[in-house]
Design a binder for this molecule. Structure first.
Ligand code: SG4
Ligand code: ZN
Length: 261
């Protein structure tokens, strides 16, 4: 499995801009969300459909950058409301994590990071597919969920952990059954909202970001499974897949909205 970019490039994720001009632009993600600077705005509640159905077509894969679950099931899970324009189809979800509990998330909250962040990627039904949607403003909607580490296993997260032994090497997708609704924080109508980009090349500035302030709990055993079981290959070297997060980007006067009910 080859890729044109890596978290292991000598200059780190900053090097991405040398090959992808968009990664240098002004509405990039992730950012540090400063609660006191966010503008209060009450968005209508989210409406999620088919998020909890057992994902019959879903496949999990180590794609060399993250562990990713593709939701090929029908009917497809969809997202609307929450201030989004129209209906968005969920395509996949994936994770970003660190090598210790002190870092790993992409977004920060008031200067603090979390050990892990999950992204659920959706594209607008106005467009025929995700590749076209990522060239359009608001073409994508990503839900970002922070995780914090406790002593208790998160039983909903076991659907991922159970599969890790078969995902050691990049490639080789396998079936997975997760309940997406139960992986979300309990109150998913409290969130931050801003316009940004994909956090990996091509860094397209097409994403409506929803960031939940309330972290979901997983155990230190579970996050250590993620930190030790997956391999990535860079420049011929095989190393464990950790620290797959992009550095913070400038806010550049963008408005951050806070919808807290
Ligand atoms: C991860 O590398 C995913 O595996 C990518 O998904 C994803 O790209 C990329 O992150 C950027 O998404 O929510 N972090 S993010 O901004 O969804 C896309 C695939 O490569 C386009 C399928
Ligand atoms: Zn992501």
């Amino acid at each position: 499995l080859t890729s044109s970019w890596s978290y292991l490039e000598p200059g780190g994720t900053i090097d991405w801009s040398s090959k992808n001009n968009t990664c240098d632009e002004t509405f990039q993600s992730p950012i540090d969300i400063i609660t006191s600077e966010a503008i209060d705005k009450r968005f209508p509640p989210f409406h999620m459909e088919h998020y909890s159905t057992t994902a019959d077509g879903a496949r999990i894969v180590n794609n060399g950058h993250t562990v990713e679950v593709h939701l090929n099931q029908s009917p497809a899970p969809t997202l609307s409301g929450g201030g989004l324009d129209g209906i968005y189809t969920a395509v996949q979800f994936h994770f970003h994590w660190g090598s210790s509990d002190n870092y790993g998330s992409e977004h920060f909250l008031d200067g603090n990071s979390f050990p892990m962040e999950m992204h659920i990627v959706h594209y607008s039904q106005k467009y025929p597919n995700i590749s076209e949607a990522l060239t359009k403003k608001n073409g994508l909607a990503v839900l970002a969920i922070f995780f914090e580490v406790t002593n208790c296993n998160n039983t909903e997260f076991q659907c991922i952990i159970k599969k890790l032994p078969s995902l050691r090497n990049p490639g080789f997708p396998t079936r997975v059954y997760c309940n997406l609704l139960k992986l979300l924080p309990k109150n998913f109508d409290d969130f931050f909202r801003y316009s940004g980009s994909l956090t990996t090349p091509p860094c397209s500035e097409s994403v409506v970001w929803t960031v939940y302030p309330k972290a979901v709990k997983i155990s230190s055993w579970q996050i250590n499974q993620l930190r030790t079981q997956l391999i990535r290959i860079y420049d011929g070297d095989r190393t464990v897949l950790v620290n797959n997060f992009r550095g913070l980007q400038s806010r550049n006067n963008r408005r951050i909205y806070k919808s807290i009910i």
